[in-house]
Design a protein around this ligand. Structure first.
Ligand SMILES: *Cc1c(COP(=O)(O)O)cnc(C)c1O
Length: 356
C-alpha cells in the first residue's frame, strides 16, 4: 500500500528508513538476537544508545563543549512546564503568552512563584508573535515557545536576555532550523514532533543555571540528578530514546539542521505562496510570523469544506484538519515530510479552485 502524505501535527511523520530500522530492532537489535524492548537499560547496548542520542542532540544544536548537557526525561513537554519552574523559579519569572502551550506553561509555573506575562497575543486568538517588548529586570528566567503548533506562528527572533536565562519550549521545531542555541539557558522538546515516538522528552540545559532555588526538588524532576545519572535515574523510555537516536543519525546523514532548514523553507514557501495566490483560501496568521512547520489556513467560504475535504482525502492526504481552537486546515510539514507531499497538496488546492 502506498503511504499517505502525512500532514499530522503530532505524533507525526518520521523518516521511513527510521521506521524500518526500528521495526527490525524490535525483533533483533543489531544481530544480538534480542529485541530493543527486552534488554536491560543498564546493558552496554542500551547505554550506548542513550549516549549516542544525547551526544547527537548536542551536536545538532552546536552545543558541545559549551557547558550544556542533554537529558532524556519523561512526561512530555507538559511535564517540563512544571519541571522548569521547580528547578529554576525562586521568586519571579517572565513568560511570553503566544498560544495554548505557552499558557499551559504559565498555569503550571504559577504554582511556584510570581509570573509576569511580558507580552501576549491572546486577544487576537494568537495569530501573531508579540514584538517590541523588553525583558523586565530581576527575573529568574524568561520563557518562550519557539513554534506555536496549533496556530502556526513561529518566533523568527528571540528576546535579548544577557542577564536572564532564556528558556524555550521547542517541541515542534527542534532540529528544523539553525539558530544560535547558545543564547538559551534551557531548551525542551517532547520527542513526538521532529525526533521520535512520544514518551521521551529532550532537555538541553546549561549547567550553570541550575542549583539556585531553595526548595527540595523531587528526584524525577531534578535536572541535576538526571545529569549525574546520565538520564538513567530510573528506567528511561527505551524505545522512544532508541528511535530518537535513529532519527538524529538520519539527520546527520542528510546534512544536519542547516540542510534540513533549506528543505523546510522550500516546503513552507510552496504552501504559503499557494495560500496567498488561491482565491478560495486565507492564511490564519500574520505573514511575518508564519511557521515553517505548521501552515494554518481557512476556506473563505466554509460551505465548501466538505467538497475540499473529499478532494484531499482522495489524494491520499492525511491529517490536514486544523486544531479545534483555530478551525480550518493545518499542514504540518515536519523534517521527514517530503517536498513531494506539499506538491500534491498544492495541486489539490489548484484543482479545487478550477472545479468551482
Ligand atoms: C505538542 C506540544 C506540547 C505538548 O507536548 P506533550 O509532549 O504532549 O506534553 C507542548 N508544547 C508545544 C510547542 C507542542 O507543540
Amino acid at each position: 500500500m502506498e503511504r499517505p502524505h502525512n500532514f499530522s501535527a503530532g505524533p507525526c511523520i518520521l523518516p521511513l528508513e527510521v521506521f524500518e530500522k526500528a521495526s527490525q530492532s524490535v525483533i533483533d537489535l543489531d544481530g544480538s538476537g534480542l529485541s530493543i524492548l527486552e534488554i536491560s537499560h543498564r546493558s552496554s547496548a542500551f547505554v550506548e544508545v542513550m549516549e549516542k542520542a544525547r551526544s547527537l542532540a548536542l551536536e545538532h544544536l552546536n552545543l558541545q563543549n559549551k557547558g550544556y548537557k542533554a537529558l532524556f526525561m519523561q512526561g512530555g513537554a507538559s511535564m517540563q512546564f512544571l519541571t522548569t519552574a521547580y528547578n529554576l523559579l525562586e521568586k519571579k519569572a517572565g513568560y511570553l503568552d503566544t498560544g495554548t502551550w505557552a499558557s499551559n506553561a504559565i498555569k503550571e509555573a504559577k504554582n511556584f512563584g510570581e509570573i509576569e506575562i511580558v507580552a501576549s497575543s491572546k486577544e487576537s486568538n494568537y495569530n501573531f508573535i508579540p514584538k517590541n517588548y523588553s525583558i523586565p529586570q530581576g527575573l529568574d528566567y524568561m520563557h518562550c515557545t519557539s513554534n506555536n503548533t496549533i496556530y502556526g506562528t513561529q518566533m523568527k527572533s528571540f528576546p535579548d536576555s544577557d542577564e536572564t536565562p532564556l528558556i524555550c519550549d521547542m517541541s515542534s521545531d527542534i532540529f528544523s532550523r539553525d539558530l544560535d542555541f547558545s543564547r538559551f539557558g534551557l531548551i525542551y522538546a517532547g520527542a513526538q514532533k521532529n525526533m521520535g515516538p512520544a514518551g521521551a522528552t529532550l532537555v538541553v540545559v546549561k549547567e550553570d543555571i541550575l542549583g539556585k532555588v531553595s526548595r527540595t526538588i523531587p528526584s524525577m524532576m531534578d535536572y541535576k540528578l538526571f545529569i549525574k545519572k546520565e538520564s538513567m535515574f530510573n528506567t528511561p523510555p527505551v524505545f522512544s530514546v532508541y528511535v530518537s537516536m535513529l532519527t538524529l543519525e538520519w539527520l546527520s546523514r542528510n546534512g544536519g539542521v542547516s540542510a534540513q532548514e533549506k528543505k523546510n523553507r522550500a516546503k513552507s514557501e510552496l504552501i504559503y505562496s499557494e495560500i496567498d495566490r488561491n482565491s478560495l483560501f486565507e492564511g490564519f496568521t500574520g505573514k511575518e510570523d508564519r511557521s515553517m512547520m505548521n501552515a494554518t489556513f481557512t476556506l473563505n467560504d466554509e460551505s465548501l469544506a466538505s467538497r475540499f475535504d473529499e478532494l484531499w482525502k482522495s489524494a491520499n492526504i492525511n491529517g490536514l484538519h486544523g486544531h479545534r481552537s483555530v478551525g480550518g486546515y493545518r499542514a504540518s510539514m515536519y523534517n521527514a515530510l517530503p517536498l513531494e507531499s506539499v506538491e500534491v497538496l498544492v495541486d489539490v488546492m489548484k484543482h479545487f479552485e478550477k472545479t468551482l
